[in-house]
Structures are given as C-alpha cells and as structure tokens.
Unconditional design. Structure first.
Ligand code: SER
Length: 317
C-alpha cells in the first residue's frame, strides 16, 4: 500500500464522494479520511472507510483532525460553487477563501501536501474564449471565480514563500452519475441525463447554443490523482493548470442523448446562470498540463454519453 495519510474535505460532494472511494482503492481504506459538512454521506461512501463531519472554517477542529489522524495530504474539495455563490457571496468567500487559508496555515507548520481545485470560473468576459491559454487574463465576475483566483494566488504564494506543496487544476464542468452536483452553472449538463433517463421533459437553464468546457468524472479523478503523483520539482505551474476534456453546446448534448432516448424532450429557458456561462471560455488550451505532467483525457462527448446512459439507466431502474 502507501505511506500517505489522506484527508478529503467536501467528501460528500459531487467530486469528493467519488474521489474518496478511488483514493481508498489506491492507498488503502483506512488511510483516507472523508470529511463532510452538511450533506449526508451516501451508503457507499460511509461503508468504504472512516467518515467524520467538520467545517473547513473551523481551524482549531481542522488542526485537531489533521493531528489525530496523522494526515500528510489533503484533497480540499469543500467549496461553494458559482450559482450558490451568487445567491450568498459572503458564505462563498468565507468557505472558499477562509477554509483554504486555514489549511494553508496548517500546511505551513506541519508540511502537509494540498490539492486545491480551481475552476474555469477564474476566467472572465475579457479572457480569450477559444483555446483559452494557461497564462491569461483573469477577470471573473462571480464571487466563486474571485475566490478561485484568490485560491490559485494564495496557494502559489505558499509554494514560493514557504515551500509548501500545493497543487491544483482548473476543473471544467464535471459530469458524473454517482452524486449530483450542487449549485454550479454547469449542472444542466448532468441534470439533462437524469430527466432523459426518467422519461421526463427537461427545461434547461442556459441557451441551446451555450458551449462550455466539460469533463467526465473518470478523467476528473485521473487528472487530480495524476497531478498529485507528478514530480513536484518538474512543475513550472502548481495551483492553476488548465485541463481540457471536451466542449459542446447544450443542444449537442441533447442530440447525443436522444440517440439513446429518441423521445427525450428539452426546452431552453435561460435564467441568471446564462450570464455566468457567457463569461466563461468555450474551449481550453491545456498544453502546459500535457507537457509538465503528461495530462491526456480519455473521454469525448460520444464516449461520455454512452457511459452515462448505461450507468444512469441501471441506477434509476
Ligand atoms: N462547475 C462549476 C460551476 O459551475 C465550475 O467550476 O460552478
């Protein structure tokens, strides 16, 4: 097995729940502690290894957990996403910035490695939208995006100033079948599947021509673990890697799903999330991730939809 002792914050979330189980398979179940906050853990998660509750804003408690479980690596998945963040910007700042700051301060003293995800939400209206470069203009207009820019910069500061090992990728919208996402702008790309499989009509909250970068969960887990296993001394970037999976419009997704559910109906009624989507890139240039740690995705739109339909049909039967 391994010597790693891992804490996953946000372990009940869309990514955290699957990441925890994957890390347990890889590093041994008792070496991976799952920490959730408000959401109840699924049975799969609870039965797969140790589970605790805690709030990343409570530094004392975080310190205690890290000491008691002898943690040396934290996958910091706890965050408030873009749409929820616009409804409660103060909470978004508190959880995303103060939570990370707490962890970085503990890491500075205890030499802990940290994975902290960033997001395509760091980009803004003045960022080039096609093939968005690694090092480019960061002018987010959402509180979520602002907290993720702060996170990238703060993490890099701890790398440079204190030699702490902090790493992160800019996740695109993540599509998965195990745990639904909560409060993001890209959630429509997951919701559409659930409605289609249940035989219900879906009302999509972005316009049909909205194109955003997306990634299937197996690629998301691969990127996360691969970056954490990369040789740190070879990395030129640390906390802000662009990673690309696929890009498609909402309509293209609808049409791909209809190949499996010919009766599937979808209408488009954009709400406030349309505006957020319009400030984000359409396609991403991830050549730095490819060069520095060998990133390469496995799933395109066709392959992802085929697998999602198979899994969700089984799950919702
Ligand atoms: N999926 C996230 C969101 O929509 C982006 O990182 O908020």
């Amino acid at each position: 097995m391994s010597d790693y002792r891992i804490l996953v914050t946000g372990a009940t979330g869309q990514i955290g729940s699957e990441l925890t189980v994957t890390l347990r398979e890889k590093y041994g179940k008792d070496n991976v502690i799952a920490m959730g906050h408000r959401r109840k853990p699924s049975k799969t998660l609870e039965e797969s290894g140790p589970y605790i509750t805690g709030d990343v804003r409570d530094r004392e408690n975080l310190e205690k957990i890290i000491r008691e479980y002898d943690i040396d690596t934290v996958y910091h998945m706890a965050a408030i996403l873009s749409a929820t963040g616009e409804n409660n910007p103060q909470l978004c700042w508190d959880v995303n910035v103060n939570g990370l700051y707490n962890l970085l301060e503990i890491a500075r003293e205890k030499r802990i490695r940290i994975f902290c995800p960033s997001s395509i939400a760091v980009f803004g209206p003045s960022t080039p939208k096609e093939n968005t470069p690694q090092d480019t203009i960061l002018t987010p207009t959402t509180m979520y995006g602002i907290t993720k820019v702060v996170g990238e910069l703060l993490g890099e500061y701890y790398v440079q100033k204190y030699g702490v090992d902090v790493r992160g990728v800019r996740y695109p919208g993540i599509i998965s079948s195990e745990t639904p996402p909560g409060g993001g702008t890209t959630d429509y790309a997951v919701e559409m599947f659930y409605y289609a499989v249940k035989g219900e009509k879906y009302t999509c909250f972005v316009r049909e021509d909205t194109v955003l970068p997306m990634m299937y969960m197996p690629d998301c887990l691969k990127a996360t673990i691969q970056l954490m296993e990369a040789d740190f001394s070879r990395l030129k970037h640390h906390t802000n890697f662009n990673v690309s999976g696929m890009s498609f419009s909402a309509k293209e997704l609808e049409e791909e799903i209809r190949k499996y559910r010919p009766d599937f109906e979808c209408e488009y009624k954009p709400d406030f999330r349309q505006k957020i989507a319009e400030t984000w890139p359409r396609t991403i240039d991830d050549s730095c991730a490819r060069q520095e740690w060998g990133w390469k995705p496995d799933y395109d739109l066709e392959k992802m939809v085929e697998d999602m339909m198979k899994r969700l049909s089984k799950k919702l039967r």
